[in-house]
Design a protein around this ligand. Structure first.
Ligand SMILES: Nc1ncnc2c1ncn2[C@@H]1O[C@H](COP(=O)(O)OP(=O)(O)OP(=O)(O)O)[C@@H](O)[C@H]1O
Ligand SMILES: [Mg+2]
Length: 305
């Protein structure tokens, strides 16, 4: 068994008790397997082990089918949803004639629900892209101070109905990092919307950028009820919500932090949080400060003036 898996693998396999690997075959393509090892002890001595293999070929085929199906359905939904959103926008903008107060409120509700559906479809597509390693990133030199400003402004309209204010309390003049601008705005929008959703009415969500050694930390703080202790391990998982009623009461599907983590880790960043019921929750996104030497050695897109 040790020869088959290698000593290192064996130790790993005992520790986690379940491993996946592709095993080379004499003929045909490699076989995807899951294996688990249970050591047999006699007293303190390890006298053997039971190694169980499970062929994953069928399971992987089904997972691929499911993932292709979800991607196709999501893509097919996006086009008609965009058309519906456009039509509702024309109606609410009065382009097709003045609407009665009653009709305006119905169109408003329809617009909000279409926006939620579009968000859901986009999140599912993002999740699929992350899992298949096909998420596009276009990293450029960005000023985090500028991105935080932008997000605070963009999310003000979201915070208003919750009676919550968004404030920037601290930030350096400039905080240069290399990130995908739109993806980073997506991360900040999720952290801010979470903070707003879980703030008490009349609460304030504070944003600050703190330089730390070779990192810039963007902190998003709220005075809300905090994240339940038993949920903290799962918070970055797919469709993870502490309370099943969250989605109904506050909107969302539990994909935001899962997607945010993948985006932040791409440029070697981290996303962490501190939370308790008294002082609320602070999420911190730490990104490496732009290395000016490395940056000046990058090829310039255009000749310098
Ligand atoms: N600031 C916070 N305070 C309290 N709980 C939080 C906070 N941020 C996240 N959570 C918990 O983590 C869960 C997951 O957050 P996430 O952003 O992934 O999903 P969501 O906001 O519910 O939906 P989505 O972001 O997909 O619209 C939330 O549903 C909530 O239970
Ligand atoms: Mg969210």
């Amino acid at each position: 068994v040790r020869e088959l898996l290698g000593v290192e693998n064996l130790a790993k396999c005992e520790a986690s008790n379940q491993n996946d690997a592709d095993f080379a075959c004499k003929s045909g393509p490699p076989l995807p397997v899951s294996y688990a090892l249970t050591p047999i002890h006699q007293g303190r001595a390890e006298v053997g082990g039971v190694l169980v293999f499970f062929d994953l070929t069928e399971r992987q085929k089904v997972e691929r089918l499911k993932s292709d199906f979800v991607s196709t359905v999501s893509h097919e939904l996006r086009t008609p949803l965009t058309a519906i959103r456009g039509a509702l926008g024309l109606l609410s903008g009065g382009v097709l004639g003045e609407l009665s107060a009653e009709a305006t409120s119905v169109v408003d509700i329809a617009e909000q629900n279409v926006a939620r559906l579009v968000q859901l479809v986009n999140d599912i597509l993002d999740m699929q892209k992350i899992e298949s390693g096909k998420m596009d990133f276009d990293p450029t030199v960005c000023d985090l101070a500028d991105l935080v400003n932008r997000s605070a402004l963009d999310n003000r309209a979201y915070a208003e109905p919750f009676g919550v204010r968004i404030e920037i309390t601290e930030r350096p003049e400039r905080a240069l990092v290399r990130v995908d601008r739109n993806r980073m705005l997506q991360v900040l929008a999720n952290l801010i919307s979470n903070a707003v959703k879980f703030s008490p009415p009349g609460g304030v969500v504070t944003l600050r950028i703190v330089p730390q050694d070779s990192l810039f930390c963007v902190e998003v703080h709220d005075d809300g009820c905090g994240i339940p202790e038993e949920f903290r391990d799962r918070i970055f998982g797919r469709f993870a919500q502490a309370d099943a009623s969250t989605s109904r009461m506050r909107g969302g599907t539990g994909l935001g932090l899962h997607i945010s983590k993948s985006i932040v880790e791409r440029p070697r960043g981290t996303i962490t949080f501190q939370s308790d019921a008294v002082s609320g929750t602070t999420f911190c996104v730490a990104l490496p400060v732009l290395d000016p030497v490395g940056e000046s050695q990058r090829p310039m897109p255009f000749p310098a003036p």
